[in-house]
Each structure stands twice: as structure tokens, then as C-alpha cells.
Ligand binder design. Structure first.
Ligand SMILES: Nc1ncnc2c1ncn2[C@@H]1O[C@H](COP(=O)(O)OP(=O)(O)OP(=O)(O)O)[C@@H](O)[C@H]1O
Length: 290
């Protein structure tokens, strides 16, 4: 693995050591993805969202983006944000008042997109944080025996950054376009440990199934990494989670997986570490999107 952090380490250290270099690239047209992956109650949401005393990775990324914008007056930046939840295999826009279930499709370049997804143009750091909070209120959380406030869905906060040199005339200017995906996955869970029944058990079933597909895709990518360019089969289509993440997992993105573990269950820790080891073998091919 690239780094191992113990429980004393602050999220800020992870940001400085692993995420900060990606933030430089994001501002220059290279896509980035940051995942939190691990069993239930191991600290994924704590790491990504933070709490009153410790800011999370997402707010640090937002601050870093606007810091960079303020310090680069020679370029004009346009920032758009979307926030999506995948709950029981249904995609819902957390920033839209309508709770309509959205479909997946492909754009002209063949990249997977969420159809009819609202993208908000954001002018400053405070507005962006406000959107994050607004979406956060709409997310599905629920109480289980393992975690009083357990994420019942996977959530994808996406920031799209376009920029051009202010000296060039608008029509002729080359645009950099990059997207940063910040993803808080729901955690794998065992019925015996969570004590879930009814709706919670149904949610747990969907969570485990999508994570299993993610794990299979990671296995295929890690063992066939050299052959992907030759069209090796990868089962992205087996779940919406892996379809949405197609580009971030085996394509044009610099991707960081933060894998969280807890001593509560040793076998789950082992499986998370195996997953992390496989992820480390995947070779993406990020390019500047101009
Ligand atoms: N590094 C940490 N320092 C202090 N508290 C933490 C830390 N990591 C997690 N916690 C606390 O542990 C509890 C579980 O964490 P969290 O909800 O982030 O887990 P999770 O992996 O997102 O779980 P789930 O998959 O069920 O949503 C929370 O009360 C959280 O505040």
C-alpha cells in the first residue's frame, strides 16, 4: 500500500500526503477520484465528511480548489457541482427537489453519465459547502447495531472544473475540463452483526451485492491490467455502482482508495486489505482533458 495510518492520525495528514498532489492535477485538466472503502462503522463517512472537530476530505478538496482559483488570476474558472446517491440500486439527485429515479446513459465520447442530473454552477467556496450540506440532509442514513448513523447508500459528490487562459479570446481559447469524484461508499455488513431486519436488511442486501460487483471488477482489472487496452472483458454492467465508476476504475483518472478498517471484525479487515492490495495493481491512464 502507499501509506498506512493509525487511529491517532488526523484526516488532514491523509489529505496533505495523498490527496493534495491530485488537487494540483485537477486544476490542470486531469480527472481525479477519491474513494472511501471499508466495512460498516470503520470510519468512511468520518474521513470523507468529517465532523464538528475534524474536517473531512471533501471540504478540504473544496477549499483547495477555491484557494487555487484565487491564486491563479490569469485563468478564468467555471465550477459545477452535482451530488448523487445510489440507494437500493436507484440513482437519485440529492440536489434536486424531485426525488425522481434517474437513468444511466452514455455521452458522445462513450463515457457513462447520469441522465437529467442537475449541475449547479458555483461561484465560491461557501456556496459549494452549502450544496454539500444540502445534499447531505437528503442522504439515507439509518441506525444498526454496528453504527448509530450508518450510510444506507453510496454517494458521489462531483466537481467539474473548466478553465481557460484569460489572455486568449473566448472563441479561440483552449479549455481544460476535469472532474473530481468524491465517493463515500456504504460499508459491507453481516446480518448477524448488524441485527438488521426489514428495510435495513433489504438495504444491506443491495449494499453487499454492489460491493461484491465492485470487488469482482477490481479483481478483473488488477489481474488483466495490461490487457484492458486490447478490450479485455470487465463486468462494469453488473451494477450501477461499477457503471458510474467505470472511468475512475479502469480509465482516465488519478484515483485514490482510502480503505478503512476496524478491530471489530478481523475477517472483514482481512478482506478490506486484500481489496486494497488488488486496487494497488490497477494501472489507469489519466490524460489532460483539453
Ligand atoms: N478516526 C476517527 N476518529 C474519531 N472517531 C471516528 C474516527 N473514525 C470513525 N469515527 C467514529 O466512528 C463511528 C463510525 O464511523 P463512520 O460512520 O464514519 O463509519 P462508516 O465506515 O461510514 O460506516 P457505515 O458504512 O456504516 O456508514 C462514528 O461515530 C465516527 O464519528
Amino acid at each position: 500500500l502507499d501509506r498506512v495510518y493509525d487511529k491517532e492520525q488526523k484526516t488532514k495528514v491523509i489529505f496533505d500526503e495523498l490527496i493534495s498532489p491530485i488537487m494540483q492535477d485537477i486544476m490542470s485538466g486531469i480527472n481525479g477520484t477519491i474513494f472511501a472503502y471499508g466495512q460498516t462503522s470503520s470510519g468512511k463517512t468520518y474521513t470523507m465528511m468529517g465532523d464538528e472537530t475534524s474536517p473531512g476530505i471533501i471540504s478540504m478538496c473544496i477549499k483547495s480548489i477555491y484557494n487555487k482559483i484565487e491564486n491563479t488570476p490569469s485563468r478564468a474558472y467555471f465550477v459545477r457541482v452535482s451530488y448523487v446517491e445510489l440507494y437500493n440500486e436507484n440513482i437519485v439527485d440529492l440536489l434536486s427537489d424531485s426525488k425522481k429515479v434517474l437513468a444511466l446513459g452514455e455521452n458522445f465520447e462513450g463515457d457513462v453519465i447520469v441522465k437529467e442530473l442537475k449541475e449547479e454552477l458555483v461561484q465560491n467556496c461557501d456556496d459549494c459547502m452549502e450544496l454539500l450540506k444540502r445534499g447531505e440532509k437528503e442522504r439515507h442514513y439509518g441506525s444498526t447495531n454496528m453504527n448509530e448513523k450508518s450510510s444506507r447508500s453510496h454517494v458521489f459528490f462531483r466537481v467539474i472544473i473548466e478553465s481557460r487562459d484569460r489572455d486568449e479570446t473566448e472563441g479561440d481559447a483552449a479549455f481544460f475540463v476535469s472532474q473530481l469524484y468524491l465517493i463515500d461508499l456504504a460499508g459491507s455488513e453481516k446480518l448477524k452483526q448488524t441485527g438488521n431486519v426489514g428495510q435495513r436488511a433489504t438495504e444491506g442486501g443491495f449494499i453487499n451485492k454492489s460491493l461484491l460487483t465492485l470487488s469482482q471488477v477490481i479483481s478483473q482489472l488488477s489481474s488483466n491490467s495490461r490487457f484492458i487496452c486490447l478490450g479485455f472483458f470487465v463486468s462494469y454492467r453488473d451494477s450501477k455502482l461499477t457503471r458510474i465508476l467505470q472511468n475512475s476504475l479502469g480509465g482516465n483518472s488519478k484515483t485514490v482508495f482510502i480503505c478503512t478498517v476496524t478491530p471489530v471484525a478481523a475477517d472483514e479487515t482481512l478482506s478490506t486489505l486484500r481489496f486494497a492490495t488488488k486496487v494497488k495493481c490497477i494501472k489507469n491512464r489519466p490524460v489532460i482533458n483539453e
